[in-house]
Design a protein. Structure first.
Lengths: 115, 130
């Protein structure tokens, strides 16, 4: 088994419907193949000064596993591409990973989009 | 120039409980100061079979709660969640804390100004000045 040490896991919680587009751009522009999407529900305070929680909203959780050297690059890419620089855009965090397996895709040319 | 407000000194609390209990735990976390929570479903294997022999019913369907809090809040929030979920009872669930390198979300400028110096720092996009 091949292992990779010193990787980072980046988790991005965003509103439902945006995740597929985000990871598509992540793959196309950054060459990242190690990400997946989960679904869940989220609650957050209605506004920063109000302790009352808002209603539940459906969210999608994008998880990316990346080598530590590229973590900052991918973190910033996800922050802006997922629209986290806008109100209620979502949340993003990065955690250290002690060890992870190597994930490689087979060397198959990508499908060309038919017009 | 676009900027990211990066939060440091934060930790991730993950709590895995039987389905239907998450709401109670989230309310307890809110009362302790947590700003938000994310919940998704999962299923558990192992404990259910073992405790079934002892007559304790454990739901196989789970809810997984993820909450990111500041480092100075984590112990208080963790304890409140633990007590609310009765995790000291066999089969009720498990929870753990994961260290977080950094986190980011939208922070309104007025709040950011108020919080500056309490663990939040501005990090400019590459090419810009910090």
């Amino acid at each position: 088994m091949d292992f990779v040490r010193h990787t980072k896991k980046i988790v991005c919680v965003l509103l439902q419907g945006n995740a597929s587009e985000v990871i598509g751009r992540l793959h196309k522009e950054k060459g990242v193949d190690t990400c997946d999407i989960d679904r869940g529900r989220g609650r957050r305070t209605k506004n920063p000064t109000n302790k009352t929680y808002g209603e539940y909203v459906e969210v999608e959780v994008v998880t990316v596993s990346i080598e530590a050297e590229r973590a900052d690059e991918i973190f910033e890419f996800l922050y802006f591409e997922a629209g986290l620089d806008h109100t209620h855009g979502g949340f993003l965090y990065q955690v250290p990973v002690v060890q992870s397996t190597v994930f490689k895709l087979p060397d198959i040319p990508e499908e060309k989009e038919t017009p | 120039m676009r900027e990211i407000s990066v939060l440091t000194d934060v930790a991730l609390i993950t709590c895995v409980v039987q389905r239907g209990i998450a709401e109670t735990i989230i309310e307890a976390a809110r009362g302790a100061g947590a700003q938000g929570a994310t919940v998704h479903f999962a299923r558990g294997v192992g404990v259910r079979e073992r405790l079934g022999i002892l007559g304790v019913a454990v739901e196989v369907e789970k809810e997984v709660i993820n909450i990111v809090v500041s480092s100075d809040q984590v112990d208080r929030v963790f304890e409140k969640m633990y007590l609310a979920g009765k995790l000291d009872t066999p089969g009720m669930g498990i929870m753990y804390i994961t260290p977080v390198d950094k986190a980011a979300t939208y922070i309104p400028p007025d709040v950011l100004d108020r919080l500056s110096g309490e663990g939040a720092s501005r990090s400019a996009e590459p090419g810009g000045s910090s």
